[in-house]
Design a protein around this ligand. Structure first.
Ligand SMILES: Cc1cc2nc3c(=O)[nH]c(=O)nc-3n(C[C@H](O)[C@H](O)[C@H](O)COP(=O)(O)OP(=O)(O)OC[C@H]3O[C@@H](n4cnc5c(N)ncnc54)[C@H](O)[C@@H]3O)c2cc1C
Length: 474
């Protein structure tokens, strides 16, 4: 392959299913490239001497250029093995990772970056299809056991690593099914729940024990854990959503994003819903407060449920289409992105704040009183300031608060043990992922704060290695 030949190929993405079709179901919206298109993308990789995708951007340090070289040579199984040497669950990030690697792909300096996420998707799906991905229990078991509390990507990645290192691993999860936000947060149209189950089945076959429906610290005590396990890893995620303390907040019809998304995901996996949980928005007017990814997930869900009208409000200004000055390569490009849900409908507004929720005489939400803001520098800090004469009203039957998370919130086990928190109220951990109590570790969003699946997995993996070191020294 000559360099000239390589240059001729453009970035190619598979695109999404037709809007009318996909709004009628909850199936994954993104298509998959053809194998020869994936090979073409691999051929675009420049095998950089200093691969920023691998060494700088990817929290898992995926060995991307070498994987691409194997794909160019049609050596798919070897590419899969190389990928699995750093990445426990590529099938998840292949669907829902923002692809930090692509943001720092050297090609991206003056062209479109290589479609690395699509290459990952084809490798791992081919691996499952061909039967190359199969249970790989450890060859030798160690006598020690480790408890993992929480079964999101951090807990799963840690459990996988600890199990491969030979430990007996039990994963406790307070929900009825394991998976954390992979199962109950991220919508099925982005990550099919069958994909999560496929991995959980594999992990069970490898010897990991899952104990769902157990709220650790309430249903079982630390004394019990201490007797049974050599170390405990807390990966409880960020459970405390940011609220909006404005007049009218106590009206009926204002909920948090996770209430809305969890209800829909429970329907998908066939879990029962209580009447309070069973929220749907058919023929309703919905306003989502928060312009981020969680808000966009609520938008796609509301549109599928048949909402009459959906607004998504963001207090920040709209980001530019191209990288602004001060945000050069290889930094993550801070640009305006349209999710698949944004393409499906809804009205997005930026630089807007909500001043008041207005209700009817039955105490039900009727509308939101909003205004535009401009961002001004106040003592070196950008602050939103109300723009005069920009007040407007949006009618609403339901307001969904999707404004991020404020940390783990109260946690039964961490609170009973008095574990230290950091300034952002996440669990404090040292460089070895150990909390302020010896033998108790923490990783993922619970220790890092709200982040990404790929970072949670990388943290879980690293924490597992430190747990091994700790147990080896016991
Ligand atoms: C709606 C939404 C969409 C997102 N979309 C994306 C995306 O597309 N791409 C991306 O990269 N990131 C996304 N994220 C972020 C990503 O999901 C999180 O960063 C990631 O899941 C964090 O993993 P975790 O394992 O630390 O925690 P979680 O996934 O939150 O898992 C924590 C688990 O611990 C359990 N738990 C808590 N306390 C206890 C207890 N006492 N006993 C037993 N179990 C307990 C919880 O029930 C939960 O299952 C999204 C987040 C949200 C909210």
């Amino acid at each position: 392959m000559t360099a000239e030949h390589k240059e001729k190929k453009d970035r190619k993405e598979p695109g999404y299913r037709d809007i009318n079709e996909r709004l009628g179901d909850y199936d994954e919206v993104e298509r998959i490239l053809e194998p020869d298109e994936v090979i073409e993308q691999a051929e675009r990789c420049m095998s950089c001497g200093t691969p920023f995708c691998h060494g700088y951007a990817c929290p898992l340090a995926n060995i991307i250029p070498e994987t691409n070289e194997l794909i160019m040579e049609d050596r798919w199984e070897e590419a899969l093995e190389l990928m699995l040497s750093t990445h426990p669950f590529p099938e998840f990030t292949a669907r829902i990772c923002p692809a930090l690697c692509e943001g720092s792909c050297v090609k991206g300096i003056n062209e479109q970056p290589v479609a690395i996420r699509q290459i990952e998707k084809m490798i791992v799906e081919k691996g499952f299809f061909e039967g190359w991905v199969k249970p790989r229990p450890p060859e030798k078991r160690r006598p020690e056991s480790v408890a993992v509390i929480g079964s999101g990507p951090a807990g799963l990645a840690a459990a996988d690593r600890l199990n491969k290192l030979g430990f007996k691993v039990t994963v406790y999860e307070k929900d009825l099914n394991p998976g954390g936000l992979l199962l109950y947060g991220i919508p099925n149209f982005k990550l099919d729940k069958g994909i999560v189950k496929r991995r959980l089945d594999l992990m069970s076959a490898e010897g990991i024990v899952f104990e769902p429906g157990v709220n650790v610290g309430i249903d079982i005590s630390y004394n019990y854990l201490k007797r049974r396990f050599s170390a405990v890893l807390l990966t409880g995620g960020t459970q405390l959503p940011r609220d909006l303390d404005i007049p009218g907040r106590d009206l009926d019809g204002i909920i948090f994003a996770m209430q809305f998304l969890k209800a829909q995901n429970k329907r998908i996996v066939g879990e029962p819903l209580t009447p309070e949980e069973n929220i749907t928005v058919r023929d309703k007017k919905v306003v989502i407060i928060g312009g981020g990814d969680t808000g966009s997930d609520c938008l796609g869900t509301a549109l599928r449920q048949g909402a009459e009208e959906v607004y998504q409000l963001e207090i920040l200004p709209r980001l530019p289409e191209e990288r602004p000055e001060g945000n050069p390569w290889p930094l993550w490009p801070k640009i305006d992105r349209q999710s698949s849900s944004h393409l499906e409908g809804g009205i997005r507004r930026w630089s807007v704040t909500t001043k008041k929720f207005v209700g009817d005489d039955q105490g039900r939400l009727k509308s939101l009183q909003c205004c535009e803001v401009e961002w001004v520098d106040k003592d070196g800090r950008m602050m939103p300031v109300e723009k005069e004469s920009t007040d407007f009203t949006i009618e609403a039957d339901l307001a969904i608060l999707a404004m991020g998370f404020l940390g783990p919130g109260p946690d039964p086990l961490a609170d009973q043990l008095g574990l230290e928190r950091d300034q952002s109220s996440n669990l404090f951990v040292d460089d070895n992922y150990m909390t302020s109590s010896p033998g108790i570790f923490s990783a993922g969003d619970m220790a890092r704060g709200q982040s990404l699946v790929v970072r949670a997995m990388a943290d879980g993996k690293s924490a597992a290695d430190h747990i091994k070191e700790y147990i080896d020294k016991m």
